[in-house]
Design a protein around this ligand. Sequence first.
Ligand code: SF4
Length: 447
Amino acid sequence: MIPLSPERSTSFIPEPDIGAKRYYLWTVGCQMNEAESAKAGAILRQAGFQPARREDDADIIIVNSCVVRQQAEDKVAGKVGALAKLKRANPELKIALTGCMVTGQEAKLRERFPHVDVFYGPSEFERLTELTPELAEVDVDLAELPHYYEDSENETGISAFVPIIYGCNFVCSYCIVPYRRGREISRPFNEIVNEVAEMASRGVKEVTLLGQTVNAYGHDLPGETELSDLLKAVNDVDGIERLRFLTSHPKYFTDRLIDTMAECEKICEHVNLPVQAGDNEVLRRMRRTYTVEHYRDRIQRIRDTIPGVTLSTDIIVGFPGETEEQFEGTMRLLEDLRFEKVHQAMYSPRPGTLSARWEDEIPWSEKRRRHQAIEELQTRISAELNDRYRGHVLEVLVDGKQKGRWRGRSRGNTLVFFDAPGDWLGETVNVRVTEPMTWYLIGEINQ
Ligand code: SF4
């Protein structure tokens, strides 16, 4: 699964023209959702709408939902529920709810949220035409709209996220994604390469290729096309300086992919490889299709082949039936493999999935205890790993300012801050690390 990002709204936007109709996008969930919200925004702009700064200024509000965890679903339900007040105050307001919450649930949602005008599933952009006459009249060629979005956390336009494969063919027992996003569909190879070339011509320097299982790319295309081929082609695009991809499945993290990472100078030395659990019986019940031994072998091969690589992983604690001993297996794996970062979640059953039929017998207090134990372990490991950068020079792509300091990421995806006069936005600079912190680094320019 692609890591969840915090909810975002249409921020960093200019004041709309007086009299223009406005839209407001509220997005929660993975980066695929971010990409789809960006596409909805492009359609609305083609129809003459402009982005609103606040939801109470908007004529159209689109909520892009996520149900991968109970917490995300609750947040969306709270948001949509709260919009009823705005609708009562302004009956002309149009509201759409999209994303994974909608697939197959329209009838139920219509009853629960009668103030919502349109419900549409992921990628069903043609349904937007039901919202307003302007949208029904505009002749938008959906195939012509870009699939990518630029990072809304910075204003530089230097980083872009490009979905390359939609859906997922795995059926992990806890995961709702395949039911809501369907089977894998890879985008055509040349379409992606041309899109990246066009972005590079506009100044984009860093590209992240996205998919729920990004390294399944090409399996549904004719011929032998794989993610490695696409990475090589994007690596050759002039103007692109950095290349990343998210999120990989351990089953398809092949030797060829690892060798491609080592060969292509623009592919950053960072891998996010979700393991989910450090015990074979838990992995089997999760239907992850690999063993702990396979996972360890992949990490070893990555480390042997890509010098200086940094690693992150995803963990679920409190999966049904996870014993204390099995949890200890996960702790041992984390202690041994020493990831830079661990994204962890406490298990919550997702209705419709296989594991939701099993008893969720581990109490929240115990899930929280396990979560806390991993957090403490990982805080120590991350601090130790960051400390090794003290005095080292890292290449940092500067993407903005935060609390008065310049901010960027190293090739290993570590957040780096530095103080320096001048304008460094969008520049790639060498930074000597002076103060390693647990989750980020502080340094000074070393040009
Ligand atoms: S089914 Fe498994 S591989 Fe596919 S998105 Fe869900 S967790 Fe990831």
